[in-house]
Design a protein around this ligand. Structure first.
Ligand SMILES: [Zn+2]
Length: 397
């Protein structure tokens, strides 16, 4: 993980790098106005706000200000650094019980480095009680603790919190910037890079997954073909089942990779060379950490399924936006240029009003999904409403 992976955000990176440089001055007792103890990083989904946050966190705990090589940099990126905690909420709300351990952590001195960094992804999900509890910690900062909150926009966070943090805004990266990154980092050719960049609709993680992971590309293709295979209610249910299974397979594969890396890191921390069995306090401490890790991993696994199902909805929204472009004779490039003939067929076979209703239904299902709706049911409801846009969602509107 390094700043070069944060694509198209030169201004934000400059701000955060200046902060890292000044953070070092502060620890020597010199003034460092570019650094402060609480940050809010905002940006649309996929713009790289959590990557920017964790890169910033790693740079603060690295002796070299983010060398991308040392133990601190590597472990901070993977969630294995004792002074870096990344809170990834699973549900729709971050409640007081989630925040209390974080403020306790914030009150402690760093274990190994000069800073203790706590990242809260999706700070927009803090409920009022949790936010007010956090506010106290932000108002009376401990000298070596840094909070980094992430949210889609400033408006999504309580004004009292916004007034206590320094704001760094990310923008949606351009297609060209994403394509160049894919050529450089994933080694794909220009045509593939441009296709993946367009298909990602500005979401860097999605672009990277499309460029490197066959299962992700297949999942996307299958999902974009789905609307033409919906003949009746039973076919909606079976197509939805296939699309959902493909999406959860992609999410599970990603979870497996992340889990394995973390399990290995935990093992490496406790089992010194030649040690085959832990005993006493060492064993208790290992078991406690392993239990916490397993809990976090389970939460993340669920969340990755939600994210992947959201991608299904976003891909379908992109497809119907293309249909709308054709139906309204707008002079705009299609997201799915390679599917132009399918898009034109869909446009000819339906009315503009139906397309608008389908888009509304898909947007609504995204809301249901993030409000905690079952991902499989959401995909089914989406397919039923694509088949017949006059049907209402199974959830009341
Ligand atoms: Zn480093």
């Amino acid at each position: 993980m390094s700043w070069s992976e944060v694509i198209g955000q030169d201004e934000a990176i400059a701000t955060l790098q200046a902060a890292v440089a000044d953070a070092e001055k502060l620890t020597r007792g010199e003034p460092g106005p570019a650094m402060t103890h609480a940050w809010l990083i905002t940006g649309p989904p996929g713009s790289g706000r959590s990557l920017a946050a964790t890169t910033f966190a790693a740079a603060l705990v690295c002796d070299e200000g983010g060398c991308n090589q040392c133990q601190a940099c590597r472990t901070a990126a993977l969630g294995g650094h004792p002074d870096v905690h990344v809170e990834i909420p699973e549900g729709t709300e971050i409640v007081l019980d989630h925040v209390r351990p974080l403020t306790q952590m914030a009150a402690q001195s760093p274990m190994s480095g000069l800073w203790r960094v706590i990242v809260i992804e999706d700070a927009d999900r803090l409920n009022d009680r949790a936010a007010n509890h956090l506010l106290k910690s932000l108002e009376e900062p401990t000298p070596h603790t840094v909070w980094i909150l992430c949210a889609p926009s400033r408006d999504d966070v309580l004004p009292t919190i916004v007034s206590r943090v320094r704001h760094v805004g990310l923008r949606t990266p351009e297609i060209d910037e994403i394509a160049r990154m894919l050529i450089r980092e994933c080694g794909v050719d220009e045509t593939t890079a441009r296709f993946c960049a367009r298909a990602s609709q500005g979401h860097i993680g999605r672009a990277r997954a499309l460029a490197t992971d066959t299962a992700t590309r297949e999942r996307r293709q299958q999902c974009l073909r789905a609307p033409v295979n919906l003949r009746d209610l039973p076919s909606c249910v079976s197509v939805a089942g296939e699309v959902f299974d493909a999406a959860s397979a992609v999410a599970d594969a990603r979870s497996d990779r992340l889990d394995a890396r973390e399990d290995e890191m935990l093992k490496a921390r406790f089992y010194a060379e030649g040690v085959t069995r832990l005993t006493g306090a060492m064993k208790r401490s290992h078991d406690a950490e392993a239990k916490d890790l397993a809990k976090d991993q389970k939460r993340r696994r669920k969340r990755l399924v939600v994210d992947e199902v959201d991608r299904v909805l976003v891909d379908l929204i992109g497809l119907f936006r293309d249909v709308l472009i054709v139906q309204s004779h707008a002079q705009a490039p299609l997201i799915n240029e390679e599917l132009r003939s399918q898009v034109e067929q869909m446009a000819a076979a339906s009315s503009l009003e139906q397309t608008v209703r389908r888009l509304e239904a898909l947007e609504h299902e995204r809301i249901v999904l993030f409000a905690g709706g079952s991902p499989r049911t959401v995909v089914e409801a989406a397919m039923v409403q694509i088949k017949d846009p006059s049907v209402q969602s199974v959830y009341a509107r």
